[in-house]
Design a protein. Sequence first.
Length: 94
Amino acid sequence: MKVIGLGKVYKFMAIHTDAKKWLTAWVAEAKSANWTKPLDIKHRYSSASILADNCVIFNVKGHSYRMEIQVAYKTGHVFIKRLGTHAEYERWRH
């Protein structure tokens, strides 16, 4: 997959250093993945929430943070939309 928006990840890791190991592993895995449907992600990340419009919410570093992505399965692109704390995630949803 081609991951777009890595600057957001690196900026987030600089502030939330405790998430660096998880996010670094996720980025490496996403880049080498071949996700063709939401179930491909769900099989690997069982706690991921699959939403409408090909959006996926990941629990980063256990349940410390949340990351929202959007996947273009046909073209193999992953767009990192946002990362944040649970409180920030709740504000995104409303």
